[in-house]
Design a protein around this ligand. Structure first.
Ligand SMILES: Nc1nc2c(ncn2[C@@H]2O[C@H](COP(=O)(O)OP(=O)(O)OP(=O)(O)O)[C@@H](O)[C@H]2O)c(=O)[nH]1
Length: 340
């Protein structure tokens, strides 16, 4: 389905612009080569334009950037091999920068596969007309270019993955940080605009954490926070996200659960935490506010309703879960009892 240009990612916009410019720039060559009587090259240029147009339409209509990039790199390789077969070795030089570009636009593995196929085809095409030494030099230099590109881009993509992960996690507890939370909330709100479904968040705050710090020291307080997140992550499904919202405040967003199920999860967590000994000796309790997303509201308003429920839980004596079904009536779950 066609999508609005303003909603396209930067990569999509860049690919659409580049493929359109490339197709338009190549088209005069088809005409001039045809005038010169160079029908074979005119045909290859025309095929390249066709591939670029298919690539443009694929990105434009489906947004499948990865598939489109893979197809483009494959088509370019086949085109270069065809030109080398028709026009001779000198055109082979295009394959070197193209192979490096493949590693730039594709993940290392698919780029490596395309390079391997390209080098094999070149070897087959040049075998009958090239000396053993000449063929060996070509294949070896192509292979080294592909290998070095693989090593460089593989390490670059691993470092990138690590940096992305580090940018998203809280360094102390390894829960998601505010940046990751904001992104996840943005994604949830966008999904809700497409198809509304039940989604609730839990705002969890440690009770009297200042006292725990004062009595046991800040370092032990840190251990408590780390172990608390580990406990929650172990208990909730691995796909449930937990984020550090503030110093001793956390947000948990369970996937695909009704408000009642989210409230039950909150109650189970409350009990589990109250029964656990942190840093071997410390016991603590938490208060939790639960709020379901309402169609059309902002993330701030959603969190502030959970915050209002949390405030009620603190105000009502702490160590409890309050589910905000509506601002006037709050459902309180405490020790398994549900009251409205
Ligand atoms: N050890 C440790 N303490 C932290 C960290 N971040 C915040 N805190 C402490 O958390 C405490 C929060 O105190 P308050 O906001 O008064 O809340 P509280 O004592 O938990 O009381 P209630 O929330 O009202 O139950 C402060 O003492 C902060 O120093 C952290 O990363 N490590």
């Amino acid at each position: 389905m066609a999508c609005n240009m303003s909603k396209r990612s930067a990569t999509e916009k860049m690919l659409l612009t580049l493929s359109a410019i490339a197709a338009v720039s190549i088209s005069p060559f088809v005409y001039f080569r045809w005038l010169d009587g160079d029908l074979v090259m005119a045909f290859i240029d025309a095929m390249l334009i066709l591939v670029l147009m298919i690539f443009f339409l694929l990105v434009y209509r489906t947004g499948k950037v990865s598939t489109a990039k893979f197809l483009l790199a494959s088509a370019l390789t086949v085109a270069i091999v065809a030109i080398v077969a028709i026009r001779g070795q000198s055109h082979l030089l295009w394959l070197y920068p193209c192979m490096i570009a493949f590693y730039y636009i594709l993940p290392p593995r698919p780029a490596g596969i395309i390079c391997f196929v390209g080098i094999t085809l070149i070897a087959i095409v040049l075998f009958p007309s090239t000396s053993v030494l000449g063929l060996f030099t070509i294949i070896f230099t192509l292979f080294l270019t592909a290998l070095f590109s693989y090593v460089i881009f593989e390490s670059y993509s691993k470092t990138n993955e690590k940096l992305t992960l580090l940018a998203d996690i809280d360094p102390l507890t390894s829960a998601g940080n505010r940046r990751a939370l904001d992104r996840q909330l943005g994604k949830i709100l966008a999904d809700q605009q497409r198809a509304a479904s039940a989604v609730s968040l839990l705002l969890l705050d440690l009770d009297h954490f200042k006292k725990i710090n004062d009595q046991n020291g800040h370092a032990k307080g840190d251990i408590v926070l780390v172990q608390l997140v580990e406990l929650i992550q172990k208990y909730t499904r691995s796909l449930d996200d937990i984020y550090r919202y503030g110093g001793e405040e956390f947000i948990i967003i369970p996937l695909q659960v009704t408000l009642q199920e989210a409230a039950q999860l909150a109650e189970n967590l409350r009990k589990l935490i109250a029964e656990t000994k942190f840093a071997n000796t410390i016991t603590l309790t938490v208060s939790i506010g639960v709020a379901q997303y309402r169609t059309g509201e902002t993330a701030e308003s959603w969190i502030s309703r959970a915050d209002a429920a949390l405030y009620k839980a603190k105000d009502g004596g702490r160590n409890r879960v309050i589910t905000e079904t509506d601002l006037a009536t709050a459902v309180t779950i405490n020790n398994g009892e549900v009251s409205v």
